[in-house]
Ligand binder design. Structure first.
Ligand code: FAD
Length: 484
């Protein structure tokens, strides 16, 4: 096509110029490019963005606008349904086509939206770039979807290297009359009173430049120890911290994958790639089972006798359970909009199995508070911990929060950072203050039930309760796994 009328380029969770197929095609089209981001009203299918992600979005859109300005263009902000906002913009600019990158989590709503826009006279072109591979074409030997990760990984290996990423265009021609944009400040995405995002600013740099810096920093060194260090939340920079950037599409997985190509194929490098492929696998599950965030993958869990104690749920969300590793994780989440992967598993297991609260409650809390909240990865991982998902950890693997803390935060650096009120306890009792003799507590300035909570449940009893609930679902008793 070489119609030089303007192209509408609809940015969504692909807030980047690098390796952006829709953008590249729009530029190659030869005419002006109208870059737009639409803030759609919440609907049954367009869930609200979590509060933490609203903070990120504000800064990411600012960064995208600045990057577009350097290329001679700018970002137009519009609110409304996608159909209305884009149709109006097309009329204002004389655009005859709409280019957009595919987002698999919108597979249920995008076809109808694009069809309606097509009916207004727009030519629609869709491109790919959210994932390394098309999750729909990945099929087992018998033609079905993969339900187990390892064969999925092997199948991807067989497919060979993902496609080469494409550099950002040198310039992006703007329309002669740039249409009006709404003001980002009016969208009110930043928290005001209280500003709970204060710490985000020192930790994160939303936007494409921040994503590339993170990638470079990780590839330069920490990746060399990735396999060994990635499970220890007290170690700084042990993982890439790329997840929020990936969630907003500020960097493409192909760009990350290819950045690891120059490295020797060590166990660390391969392990890192395997984690990227867990993201792919989560999307593979989501496209096969779009209700991944709301319904049990394994419907045997539909009769699971969940409990809900409001006070216990509040203790979990605020990091006041009396189990230090759980509390450290939940407070990291609140303060940083992020939680270490190992601790996500521990806190999720605690909610589901110790408190017997439905995994959906945890999924929703993470969705609201994580900067990297992702429709596929969040739901797939919650179901993985619950045991209701595909290739999930069996329900009867119940993390012991004391042993997990002792194993993965042995020096207590992580706990002391996020739960300072017990920092004075010796390592021996740091993971179980409730077992410390009174004299030790006193010396450390800890009064259980006053300065730090007593445990909300007894882990041993809670574990027994969870196992009998599980037996109720399966109709037989479960053999607990002694490793946990
Ligand atoms: P790295 O270790 O550097 O890994 C590189 C990338 O691989 C990550 O950025 C991520 O894109 C991908 N990845 C790593 N582990 C996983 C995994 N288990 N599943 C899917 N992708 C993975 N990740 C999200 O991106 N969004 C979520 O909403 C999310 N919710 C989770 C909820 C629970 C209960 C659990 C147990 C895990 C969740 N994860 C989620 C997965 C994982 O915790 C994060 O991706 C990881 O901690 C991000 O840190 P990183 O970028 O430093 O990861």
């Amino acid at each position: 096509m070489s119609d030089r009328s303007p192209v509408l380029l609809w940015f969504r969770k692909d807030l980047r110029l690098d390796d952006n197929a829709a953008l590249m095609a729009a530029v190659q089209n030869g005419g002006p490019v109208v870059c737009v981001y639409v803030r759609e009203p919440q609907s049954e299918k367009v869930g609200p963005l979590g509060a933490a992600q609203e903070w990120w979005l504000h800064h990411s859109l600012t960064a995208l606008d600045a990057a577009l300005s350097e290329k001679g263009n700018r970002l137009i902000l519009r609110s409304g349904t996608a159909v209305e906002a884009l149709a109006i913009l097309a009329r204002e600019t004389g655009a005859r086509s709409l280019f957009v990158n595919r987002l698999y989590e919108r597979d249920e709503i995008d076809p109808a939206i694009l069809e309606q826009l097509h009916r207004t006279g727009l030519e629609i072109r869709r491109f790919k770039g959210q994932l390394l591979h098309d999750p729909k074409t990945m099929r087992t030997g018998t033609g079905g979807p993969y339900r187990v990760y390892t064969p999925f990984w092997r199948a991807l290996e067989k497919e060979g290297e993902p496609r080469e990423p494409v550099d950002a265009p040198a310039s992006i021609p703007a329309p002669a009359h740039v249409p009006a944009s709404e003001s980002l400040a009016d969208w009110d995405l930043l928290p005001q009173r209280p500003n709970w995002a204060v710490e985000f600013e020192n930790l994160w740099q939303p936007g494409e430049a921040g994503a590339h810096q993170r990638l470079k920093r990780f590839i330069d060194k920490p990746i060399e120890r990735y396999k060994r260090d990635r499970d220890f939340p007290g170690l700084e920079d042990a993982t890439s911290m790329l997840s929020p950037h990936l969630a907003f599409g500020e960097i493409s997985p192909a760009r990350i994958w290819h950045a690891t190509r120059g490295l020797t194929a060590t166990e660390d490098m391969i392990h890192f790639r395997k984690e990227l492929v867990w993201r792919e696998f989560s999307y593979h599950l989501l496209v096969e089972f779009p209700r991944l965030a709301s319904a049990n993958w394994n419907d045997r869990f539909d009769t699971f006798p969940w409990a809900f104690d409001k006070a216990q749920f509040a203790a979990w969300t605020t990091g006041q359970t009396g189990y230090p590793i759980v509390d450290a994780g939940m407070r990291q989440l609140w303060r940083h909009g992020y939680m270490h992967n190992r601790v996500r598993m521990i806190t999720a297991s605690f909610l589901i199995k110790d408190l017997m609260i439905n995994w959906r409650k945890g999924e929703a809390w993470f969705r609201d508070t994580l900067l990297d909240a992702d429709a596929a990865s969040n739901a797939a991982n919650w179901q993985w911990v619950a045991g209701s998902g595909a290739d999930a950890a069996p329900f009867f693997r119940i993390f012991n929060p004391i042993l997990q803390g002792e194993k993965f935060d042995p020096a207590g650096d992580y706990i002391r950072r996020f739960v300072p009120e017990i920092a004075g306890l010796p390592n021996r009792y740091l993971h179980k203050p409730f077992e410390a003799p009174l004299a030790v507590l006193k010396e450390a300035g800890v009064t259980l039930g006053t300065t730090y909570p007593k445990p909300v449940v007894d882990h041993g009893l809670a574990r027994d309760r969870a196992l009998s609930a599980y037996a109720h679902v399966t109709g037989r008793s479960a053999d607990p796994d002694p490793r946990d």
